[in-house]
Design a binder for this molecule. Structure first.
Ligand code: MF3
Ligand code: CO
Length: 249
């Protein structure tokens, strides 16, 4: 069942999303060659806590950190470490979840570390563009897989691949609610979207094959072929009209 949120619940999610958005924006200044992935985790945990929120991921299924920080061929769920230093030319995906008065906002961006090459830059841009293609179908009356299809078409038309093993999701009191939202598939399938649904739409796009594997830490998902991967996610409300983005400033 897809939970429909009341206006009062959406207001709390808006407040939650505003902080998550601000954190992601601030990371653009923090992320530089020489910092560790743990520095990113520390910054986000501190900022989220200072705003009276809790980092949603910490302790979720035993996840050991506040955020996920995934470098280069790491797709998602990278665990921050003091010993993992960012280097010029890396790309780094940061996924942030914050809980405010019981309501979760969930969002991710991929950042350039110093100067990066053109293909990496293009991957980041296309991943963001994939999200916005999907967003065109985040409207009451559309079918769920219209979002999926739009994302896949954009990624593949640019010569990139869509990760299959991880998907977007409903979000609210729980970080993962129904429905699951694949970033690929035929259009015109699945439930019709309705006002008050809230989704985390999150394309994960690779520069090579879409196959991924999970490392021995049981969390970090990497591309099998070692190709670069990018991630872009926002928490989105379905309305009577244009969708509302809760995690973008
Ligand atoms: N934003 C991610 C997701 O939607 C992050 C979950 S990380 C976890 O699945 F550690 F909390 F699982
Ligand atoms: Co998510």
């Amino acid at each position: 069942m897809i939970i429909i949120k009341s206006p009062a619940e959406i207001q709390l999610m808006r407040e939650s999303g505003r902080v998550t958005a601000a954190v992601l924006r601030a990371l653009a200044q923090l992320i530089k060659p020489g910092i560790s992935t743990k520095d990113i985790d520390d910054y986000v945990e501190k900022t989220i806590s200072e705003n009276g929120m809790t980092p949603t991921f910490k302790g979720y299924n035993g996840y050991p950190a506040a955020v996920c920080v995934s470098v280069n061929e790491e797709v998602i769920h990278g665990i921050p470490r003091k010993s993992r230093l960012l280097r010029e030319g890396d790309i780094v995906s940061v996924d942030v979840g914050g809980t405010w008065k019981g309501y979760v906002s969930d969002a991710a961006r991929t950042y350039a570390v110093g100067r990066i090459d053109d293909r990496a830059r293009r991957l980041i841009e296309v991943t963001e563009a994939c999200f916005f293609e999907g967003l065109k179908f985040c409207r009451a009356g559309c079918r769920l897989s219209d979002i999926s299809h739009a994302i896949q078409c954009k990624a593949e038309s640019e010569g990139f691949s869509v990760v299959r093993d991880f998907v977007g999701h409903g979000v609210g009191r729980d970080m993962h609610e129904e429905p699951q939202i694949p970033n690929y598939g035929k259009p015109g399938r699945g439930p019709r979207l309705a006002k008050g649904m809230v989704f985390a739409i999150e394309p994960m796009i690779t520069a090579g094959s879409y196959e991924v594997e999970v490392l021995l830490d049981n969390w970090t998902a990497v591309t099998r072929d070692g190709s670069l991967s990018a991630h872009y996610e926002n928490t989105v409300v379905i309305t009577d009209d244009r969708p509302e983005l809760l995690t973008l400033e």
